[in-house]
Design a protein around this ligand. Structure first.
Ligand code: AQP
Length: 349
């Protein structure tokens, strides 16, 4: 679990608290994206801190995307944010490519990040796999662009799922190196905020793999667009063992699939895993899975219904993203200009 100490601690004392996070519009969003990110984005919005949320379409193209599908996935992801409770009148919601400052700072930070650091990024290794030679340069440079996304807003807090912790830590290293190399206290060190019972939702078919929108098996995940029957069926068919649920969470230690379902139940119901285990101790999956299916349907069906409604009016979604982009640009541009100035670029327009 990450240290989530308030960011008023030095050296960030002079920076206003600000939340930034993003999601790639690279396909159907999953229950993992919902519990690890979206649901928490909506909660952060009501904590009295400025919240900025981004559909990172320039990250999505680090692997090839069909242009029509990318456009649709971007609007659908925006609909998912709003249906999950992100209110565009309280949070800034936009897609990354509409704010050119992301790409510009991305390049500047490419020149700060070190190859040795990039070589340690586990997500590149996972995604490029054995075909690293054929992966795009963008996929390799992705963490430096992500650092730019975060630092461009002088972000202090980044709510993410567990899989993104390493990238936020790299962002801190890049910020520190920039500050050191130029002798400034310009970029704050952002904190990864990894909270809740489901910081890493696992595949429904294999408890050792993360639930992912790009997993070839649709049965491995719950999509936010799945209807009630599909959600219930996927949970019924989820891989589990034959044992009943234990008395305490320690009993889930070597039972990855069972632990995953308990964590999902806990996160959906805003309870702790210990609480859930205490309620279902001694009961088998014949009882637990239908209860989980009912809970998941009750929580997710209204979201998919609202997404469908919003998707009927793509022009309105585009309007929201355009307005959010203008708001984001107003914060980002002066920070980028200052970065150029610190680095010694002549700015005379
Ligand atoms: N399984 C998960 N459990 C908890 N959180 C998760 N997140 C993703 N999967 C899980 C969180 O969702 C946010 C957005 O992630 P992303 O879409 O930008 O990229 P990703 O982490 O690579 O997610 P996917 O689903 O695995 O995407 P693909 O398949 O396109 O690579 C992040 O905060 C992430 O932690």
């Amino acid at each position: 679990m990450t240290d989530t100490t308030p960011t008023s601690a030095l050296p960030n004392a002079n920076f206003t608290r600000r939340v930034f996070s993003g999601i790639q519009p690279s396909g159907n969003l999953t229950l993992g994206n919902y519990l690890g990110a979206l649901k928490r984005f909506a909660q952060k919005q009501d904590e009295g801190i400025e919240t900025i949320y981004c559909l990172v379409d320039m990250h999505a193209i680090t692997v090839w995307q069909d242009p029509e599908k990318l456009r649709r996935a971007t609007r659908e992801a925006a609909a998912a944010f709003i249906a999950s409770g992100v209110d565009p009148s309280k949070s800034i919601l936009f897609n990354q490519s509409q704010v050119g400052a992301h790409a510009e700072l991305g390049w500047l930070l490419n020149c700060v990040a070190r190859l040795g650091w990039m070589n340690r990024m586990t997500q590149f290794k996972d995604k490029a796999g054995k075909n690293a030679e054929k992966a795009s340069l963008g996929l390799y440079a992705y963490p430096a662009l992500m650092a730019a996304d975060i630092l461009l807003y002088h972000t202090t807090e980044v709510p993410v799922g567990d899989d993104q912790k390493q990238h936020v830590e790299l962002t801190r290293d890049i910020a520190a190196k920039f500050n050191h190399d130029y002798g400034v206290e310009f970029f704050p060190a952002p904190e990864p905020v990894i909270e809740g019972a489901a910081t890493r939702v696992m595949s429904l078919r294999d408890g050792s793999k993360k639930m992912s929108k790009s997993d070839p098996s649709d049965a491995s995940r719950i999509n936010l667009t799945d209807d009630a029957d599909t959600i219930a069926k996927k949970i019924r068919k989820a891989t589990t063992d034959a044992e009943p649920l234990p008395e305490t969470i320690d009993g889930l230690k070597d039972r990855a699939e069972a632990k995953n379902l308990v964590n999902i139940y806990a996160a959906l119901s805003d309870r702790t895993a210990a609480d859930v285990v205490a309620e279902y101790a001694g009961q088998g999956f014949g009882t637990f899975k239908p209860a989980l299916a009912d809970l998941a349907v009750a929580q997710l069906a209204p979201i998919s219904g609202e997404m469908n409604r919003l998707m009927q009016d793509p022009a309105e979604i585009d309007r929201i993203l355009g307005k959010g982009a203008a708001q984001a640009d107003a914060i980002a541009r002066p920070i980028l200009e200052k970065t150029y100035e610190i680095m010694g670029m002549v700015r005379s327009r």
